[in-house]
Design a protein around this ligand. Structure first.
Ligand SMILES: O=C(O)c1ccccc1N[C@@H]1O[C@H](COP(=O)(O)O)[C@@H](O)[C@H]1O
Length: 224
């Protein structure tokens, strides 16, 4: 089984190129001003065009954004996906899906089993779920905190569930994270950075290689 890979918080042409060369599936661009990964709409539009040309699906990462902000992003960046990383209700997610005709990835902050129950009203609305850790106390960021949660919680999810695992993933823990969770996809941001917001190309290499190594182990286990 080949895990889908999303590399998030890209902000330079070099990092977009490397994500494509490495065979990542999705490139995420952050629209959240407090984030060290925040990009302007015009920067994201240029990088997304480059990413699309190189075969990556592009994701606009937004947090409880209003209609006018979203209109501008969708018109200029033309994302393939909308990631909703705030407290967007099922009704809001459905409204945005219909408004833009785009698939929606809804993020959930997970600490305990009860947090996973919150996905129920989004079934049939969200095209994919994204499971991230709850932000640490005092953090200004709803995501991109480099914090993990207990991956065992995901092992009980329906095998057909479309989701990505995120939160504190690195080349050193991704093998274990995939083995424990069985996640069909992974999303990384700070785990491939040398400093907040600065993507490190060799860390990107290491992360993708570690995912592919884990894929091999998973497919051998499947054959057994
Ligand atoms: O990365 C950010 O700064 C960010 C800001 C606002 C919403 C979401 C954000 N990132 C998401 O967080 C996870 C990755 O976190 P980590 O750094 O690997 O722990 C991923 O889903 C990003 O889309």
């Amino acid at each position: 089984m080949k895990a889908m890979i999303k590399i998030c918080g890209l902000s330079t042409p070099e990092a977009v190129d490397r994500a494509a060369e490495l065979g990542a599936d999705m490139a995420g661009f952050i629209f959240f001003e407090k984030s060290p990964r925040h990009v302007t709409v015009s920067t994201a539009a240029g990088l997304a065009q480059q990413a699309r040309r190189r075969g990556l699906k592009t994701v606009a990462v937004t947090v409880d954004m209003d209609d006018s902000g979203l209109d501008e992003i969708v018109a200029q960046m033309k994302p393939d996906w909308l990631q909703l990383h705030g407290g967007e209700s099922p009704e809001r997610a459905a409204e945005l899906k219909a408004r833009f005709g785009l698939p929606v990835m809804k993020a959930f902050a997970i600490r305990e089993a009860a947090d996973l129950a919150r996905i129920a009203p989004y079934q049939g609305i969200a095209d994919r779920f994204l499971f991230d850790a709850k932000p640490p106390k005092g953090s200004d960021l709803p995501g991109g905190n480099g914090v993990s949660f207990d991956w065992r919680l995901l092992a009980k999810l329906d095998e057909a569930a479309s989701y990505m695992l995120s939160g504190g993933l690195t080349k050193d823990n991704i093998g274990e994270a995939l083995a424990i969770s069985g996640a069909p996809g992974v999303d990384v941001s700070s785990g491939v950075e040398s400093a907040p917001g600065i993507k490190d190309l060799s860390m990107m290499d290491g992360f993708v290689q570690a995912v592919r190594d884990a894929d091999k182990i998973r497919s051998q286990e499947y054959v057994k």
